[in-house]
Design a protein around this ligand. Structure first.
Ligand code: ZN
Length: 233
């Protein structure tokens, strides 16, 4: 049985990427990895992860497939240098870019360390790592994933980074319309409402203004689901 890992934030994209990967396999073992990197939405993301795992298990392709409990890692100190407003140690400034420079490269490196530690304990190889990347930023492109995979080929046993949300042609991109159709076809809309996408939670509720909230609103308006007046659900 193939063993997949997923960079799993409890957000719309990583949840959809996980769902899609499970639907494409006849049998699968999948281990979600959640990283606490000092993001302001850390607690809300962790709660979403906790809600989503049992729901995702309902979408496993067969009874021999396994979705492990999500493994969580605290790597906050690695981003102490960043001035991104989405990090707890910086003030919220919704006018500034929320990007945390090189975040995905660092998260992928941490995930690879986890995977290699598992190999030492006797798990099978090769292994695939899923990222919910959408071709939007320099570190979510197909080109970036290809560069990472070239580095991974240097390892004795191979890890491959998969970006299932990026269309093979890249032309279709990962528009809200395409992703909404995908989610509908997979029967995952109800589950996706339990995900969390907001950089600046306010008393446990989404801000409804940030880039992540806006992306979420576009996605759910494509599928004809109105987001609740308060909160995501
Ligand atoms: Zn928000």
């Amino acid at each position: 049985m193939k063993h997949y890992y997923a960079l799993f934030s409890g957000g719309l994209d990583s949840t959809l990427a996980t769902l899609l990967t499970m639907s494409q396999q006849q049998a699968i073992r999948l281990t979600p990895l959640f990283f606490r990197y000092g993001q302001k939405s850390e607690a809300e993301e962790a709660k979403a992860v906790f809600r989503l795992i049992p729901l995702l298990r309902g979408h496993l392709p067969n009874s021999s497939s396994i979705l492990d409990d999500c493994r969580q890692f605290d790597i906050g100190g690695l981003f102490a240098w960043s001035d991104s407003p989405i990090l707890k140690h910086n003030p919220t400034d919704t006018g500034r870019s929320p990007d945390v420079e090189n975040r995905n490269m660092i998260l992928i490196g941490c995930a690879a360390s986890v995977i290699m530690a598992d190999w030492k304990r006797g798990d099978e190889a090769p292994t695939r790592l899923i990222g919910g990347f959408k071709n939007e930023h320099y570190d979510t492109t197909k080109r970036f994933a290809d560069a990472i995979n070239r580095v991974f080929t240097a390892f004795e046993r191979r890890i491959c980074l998969d970006t299932p949300l990026i269309a093979p042609s890249q032309r279709g991109g990962s528009s809200p319309k395409r992703l909404a159709k995908l989610a509908r076809d997979l029967g995952g809309l109800k589950l996706l409402k339990d995900s969390w996408s907001c950089y600046y939670p306010q008393s446990g509720e989404p801000c409804k203004c940030c880039r992540a909230c806006q992306g979420r609103q576009r996605f759910f308006s494509e599928v004809g689901v109105r987001t609740a007046k308060k909160g995501h659900r």
